[in-house]
Design a protein around this ligand. Structure first.
Ligand SMILES: Cc1ncc(COP(=O)(O)O)c(C=O)c1O
Length: 559
């Protein structure tokens, strides 16, 4: 293939790419949410050497269609609610393609991409109520935003010249304050910045999983009294586990009194500032020294797109800039240099044109469209929570926060925590591999739970109903299987079974009318009829499903 493509050839192949995108996006909902890559294909990826010669575009696209497109992560599907991953905005997808076509470096310069990023950053700055002087930067995601923000906090609060001397010159130890519900990226950032995880004070949480502000206050006072230097408090505006929002206003007041940096992780929950029900709780984002917010989560921008804001722009620049002062471009808007370069405010030098997909997605939805999508997701989470409350087979594991619902198949009679966790773990495995719906899991206060995080503008009540009916069906099958295995093991081995296996098997299957009795909070029956639409698991899923079943049987026998 010649490297100088003609316009005609670009159009022909390009239209084919558009066809593939259109097929992928419109057929997703008829496909399993997830299907694992079959072993022979894994082996193919593993063992195929780099192409010795160039291949034809048609062949390349055919290979994409046959071996890559059928095995997605799952997050474009209306019944994907794992982790915090959303479907992509269509204009965001096109934005990514157009950005790649322009292929600028957004380190800086006087080209359009720079002004698009400045505009996008300005939109979010205003949305959060941060002052005009605050500096924002697009980064890869929440982890990089957190690392960037805490690097500035380190620069400002350490009391030593950390750029020249590292932390060696410090006379006393440092400390950070997070709740047990903080995202793991905060700990990673603190470790990476050289403080060590020993510098982390884990502040207790209240019954709603929010940081206990009195305990934070006491920890800060205690450290000051013991000659430990507090660097930063990291509050959550929407925890990953349960969507809990810390009392940001109270924490901001505490930080001011103790003169400590406040970073707020709004990677997931920040966009909920658009929702009427959350605007008050998120208003104090404006008081933070730094904020992380991910457009690639609840704003449906294709990954990767994270945002970091730092209130003190000069501090941010001085933490990262490695341009000698006499070379700095201090706002030469008519020359090649353009505004002060983004690369002076973060770690990356060459930077992609992330802003275009954010800009296009923002224009596609508009603030009103985002508000509607976010409020619809919150309402769907409330609906799911109501269905769980109304079900005798399920239990809610935490009050729903934002769009997260933690629930699980309830234990029966004297089933202990281990047995309940085991049945829910196996069920989750089956659900994910079955391809009908996708949840993830977590632990809340040491208890295993299923977790749905609805950041999905494609999801409807019918999808929730379908997932719930799959969960109930799997639970009944698993209990029936466990009963059978228990019986067979009794016959085969003629010895006493471990207690939990016996207990699981005590109640074989479900009462036939159990599902019919299920009360749905949706009075008009909306969505119930759609159970007929259940997706039949793809052959690959069925295979994995059967393997999983056999494995479960073996595991139960072995206990
Ligand atoms: C609350 C929260 N903060 C930070 C992160 C890390 O963001 P990223 O995965 O974009 O690096 C996540 C990821 O899910 C998150 O949920």
């Amino acid at each position: 293939m010649p490297h100088n493509w003609t316009e005609e050839e670009i159009r022909r192949v390009g239209y084919h790419v558009v066809d593939l995108i259109a097929e992928h996006l419109t057929r997703l909902s008829d496909e399993p949410v997830f299907r694992p890559v079959p072993p022979e294909l894994q082996e193919h990826f593993h063992s195929t050497p780099a192409p010795a010669a160039g291949e034809s575009p048609d062949g390349i696209l055919r290979e994409f269609r046959d071996t890559i497109a059928p095995f997605p992560f799952g997050n474009g599907h209306p019944r994907f609610w794992g982790w915090v991953n959303s479907p992509p905005s269509v204009m965001g997808i096109f934005g990514d393609a157009l950005a790649a076509a322009m292929n600028p470096s957004c380190a800086g310069g006087n080209h359009a991409a720079i002004y698009v990023e400045r505009q996008v950053v300005g939109w979010f700055r205003d949305l959060l109520g941060l002052p005009r002087e605050a500096k924002g930067l697009l980064v890869s995601g929440g982890s990089m935003a957190t690392l960037t923000a805490l690097a500035v906090a380190r620069h400002v609060r350490c009391g030593v010249n950390v750029r020249a001397d590292g932390l060696r010159g410090a006379e006393q130890p440092f400390s950070f304050y997070l709740s047990a519900e903080s995202h793991g990226c905060v700990r990673k950032a603190i470790e990476l910045l050289g403080f060590g995880s020993a510098s982390i004070r884990t502040i207790p949480i209240d019954d709603d999983d929010r940081m206990n502000v009195a305990a934070l206050d006491a920890a800060l006072a205690g450290d000051r009294a013991n000659h430990v230097t507090p660097i930063a408090v990291v509050a959550s505006a929407g925890t990953t586990n349960t969507g809990a929002i810390d009392d940001l206003a109270a924490i901001a007041g505490t930080c001011r009194r103790h003169q400590v940096w406040l970073h707020v992780d709004a990677a997931y929950g920040g966009p909920a500032i658009l929702a009427d029900a959350y605007v008050d709780r998120l208003r104090a984002l404006a008081e933070a020294d730094s904020v992380a917010l991910d457009p690639h989560k609840w704003l449906f921008v294709p990954v990767e797109a994270g945002l970091v804001f730092v209130r003190d722009a000069e501090a941010m620049r001085s933490a990262f800039s490695l341009v000698p002062p006499y070379l700095r471009t201090d706002g030469s808007l008519t020359g090649v240099g353009g505004p002060i370069w983004f690369s002076e405010f973060g770690f990356q030098q060459t930077r992609g044109f992330r802003a275009l997909k954010v800009w296009m997605a923002m224009k596609e939805f508009g603030l009103a469209g985002y508000k509607a999508a976010i409020e619809a997701n919150v309402a769907l989470a409330a609906y799911l929570a109501d269905c769980v409350r109304a079900s005798s087979e399920l239990e809610l594991m935490a009050p729903p926060g934002l769009s997260v619902v933690c629930f699980r198949v309830a234990g029966r009679h004297n089933e202990d925590e281990g047995a309940i966790a085991a049945i829910n773990r196996t069920l989750l495995d089956r659900l994910q591999l079955g391809g009908e719906a996708f949840l993830s899991s977590t632990e809340l206060r040491g208890r295993f739970t299923l977790r749905a995080c609805i950041v999905n503008y494609r999801s409807t009540r019918q999808d929730i109903d379908q997932m719930l009916s799959a969960v109930r069906r799997l639970a009944r099958t698993l209990r029936a299987d466990a009963h059978l295995v228990g019986r067979r093991a009794e016959e085969d081995l003629d010895e006493e079974l471990p207690l939990d296996v016996v207990r699981v098997g005590e109640h074989p299957g479900a009462e036939p009318d159990e599902e019919a009795e299920e009360h749905h909070p949706d009075e008009d029956g909306h969505g119930r009829g759609d159970r007929r639409r259940e997706v039949r698991p793809h052959r690959a899923n069925r295979l994995v499903h059967e393997q999983a079943e056999a494995r479960d049987h073996r595991a139960l026998r072995a206990r």
